[in-house]
Design a protein around this ligand. Structure first.
Ligand code: BES
Ligand code: MN
Ligand code: ZN
Length: 460
């Protein structure tokens, strides 16, 4: 990040003029005829996402003209770092500073590459930060989002429960947070039966990571992230098409870590807690079975309808633990159901929330931050689908309908009475690249929830 944004403009920086399609016409009229003609020949009309190199008398680049959208967007020039010729570019825009900072964030996010196994040269087009820009804030967002992306994109062999926990430990160390872990059979002693049960078949021990930071007098906000480092489906094994991407099944954990880093880096006046149940849903002789019953942390008994519905089990124990101290707000992030993706696609996380005011605030924050969410209902009548003949609940109803809702209703049974809770069912992955969003792991709902936490902390 440091090298793709420049805090001081070098002498030879190329002006990057931002124009909407409408403003372009007036601008072009003022230019020498030959330039207008040359642009017309190439059918350049400042459509959003397009740019034009304007030559000077010597044929060098005098400036770049770029088309931006009518409604300012984070993604307007987010792929320019890889499309513009090498050089440094300084925005020429009368738009307000916040938008220019936002564009700079998009620029960095679009330049991000996952380089763990294959070196890649950093994009050679650099952006000069506008004068007065809050470079620290841009870096905070960029570093946190890119951290989440890298954690998700890292294959499971190198991102098991322990390595995921290590990422949290490193962060705790950097920001002076308290962190503890309950690992392996200790999960049974400390009464986290579901986390143990789901994770026991892996040679890499399951664990619960528990990070706390901040002044206990400040509003208590708890984030819970699904940390399934690989989801084979367990004995109800996934077909290869469904299994391939399952390194990303710790995307919820990665997103809550991203938010935690932002909150701690900005020193928001909240008391933050992060709980990450980290497991691998593996196939082995000691794997948990469909039809087994688990007595959960909160005492409810759950019949395992399908071992591929593992996320809700580990989250249930974590939500029960989170509830014990009655936080002001609990939010869980999870790559929980294919059904949520069937309903909303991969780019729109589903929000379930038992509190309308919190939900409205989160949806609005999502709009503000260009990090959209869509609310889905905790439709009570469907709770019947979770009935089991021999236990309090069945973890995975056989019905092909309403899978995202029944998963959310299942989680709700582990949320303490009267507590405000939101559940985000997300993809955490870009299947194909879009400006600012390279293919691979993606931090979703992170800017939205960070904004919500800012508001809860009384900021703006
Ligand atoms: N991690 C998957 C859900 C998933 C799949 C999220 C693909 C995003 C993309 C989860 O653990 C799972 O397997 N869910 C099952 C639940 C079913 C067995 C009740 C599903 O959605 O099919
Ligand atoms: Mn699964
Ligand atoms: Zn899963």
């Amino acid at each position: 990040m440091a090298d793709i944004l420049l805090t001081r403009a070098p002498k030879n920086a190329t002006p990057l003029l931002l124009l909407t399609e409408k403003a372009f016409g007036a601008w072009a009229k003022k230019k020498p005829k030959r330039i207008g003609q040359w642009m017309a020949t190439h059918e350049f009309a400042a459509k959003p996402g397009t740019f034009w190199l304007v030559p000077d008398a010597e044929g060098k680049v005098e400036r770049v003209v770029a088309g931006i959208s009518e409604t300012p967007s984070l993604w307007d020039i987010a792929d320019f770092s890889t499309r513009l010729p090498a050089g440094s570019y300084a925005l020429e825009s009368d738009a307000h500073l916040a938008y220019q900072e936002w564009l700079a964030l998009g620029w960095v996010l679009g330049a991000h590459k996952f380089t763990r196994y294959k070196k890649a040269a950093a994009p050679k087009a650099k952006l000069v930060l506008p004068p007065g820009a809050d470079a620290k804030k841009i870096a905070r967002y960029a570093a946190s989002i890119c951290l989440a992306r890298d954690l998700i994109t890292t294959p499971a062999e190198d991102m098991g429960p322990e390595q995921l926990a290590d990422a949290a430990v490193a962060m705790a160390k950097k920001y002076g947070a308290k962190i503890s872990q309950i690992v392996g059979d200790d999960l049974l002693k400390k009464n986290f039966p579901a986390i143990h049960r789901v994770g026991r078949a892996s040679y890499r021990a399951p664990r619960l990571v528990d990070l706390t930071w901040g002044n206990p007098k400040h509003p208590k906000i708890t984030l819970v992230g699904k940390g399934v480092c690989f989801d084979t489906g367990g004995l109800d094994i996934k077909p290869s098409s469904g299994m391939y991407l399952m390194k990303k099944d710790m995307g919820g954990a990665a997103c809550v870590l991203a938010i935690a880093q932002m909150v701690m880096d900005a020193k928001l006046p909240v008391r933050l807690r992060v709980l990450i149940p980290a497991v691998e849903n593996a196939v082995a002789g000691n794997a948990y079975r469909p039809s087994d019953v688990i007595t959960m942390r909160n005492g409810l008994t759950v019949e395992v309808g399908n071992t591929d519905a593992e996320g809700r089990l580990i989250l249930a124990d974590a939500l029960a633990e989170a509830s014990a101290e009655k936080p002001e707000l609990m939010i869980d992030f999870a790559t929980l159901t294919g059904a949520a993706r069937g309903a909303l696609g991969t780019e729109l996380p589903a929000l379930f929330c038992n509190n309308d005011a919190v939900a409205d605030q989160m949806l609005a924050a999502g709009k503000d931050m260009e990090d959209p969410l869509w609310r889905m209902p905790l439709h009570k009548p469907y709770a019947k689908m979770l009935d089991s003949a021999i236990a309090d609940l069945n973890s995975a109803p056989g019905s092909p309908y309403a899978g995202a809702i029944t998963a959310a209703l299942f989680l709700q049974r582990f949320v303490g009475d009267g507590l405000a809770w939101a559940h985000i069912d997300l993809m955490a992955y870009n299947l194909a690249a879009k400006p600012g969003r390279p293919e691979g792991g993606e931090a979703q709902a992170v800017r939205a929830v960070y904004r919500l936490i800012e508001q809860r902390a009384g900021i703006r």
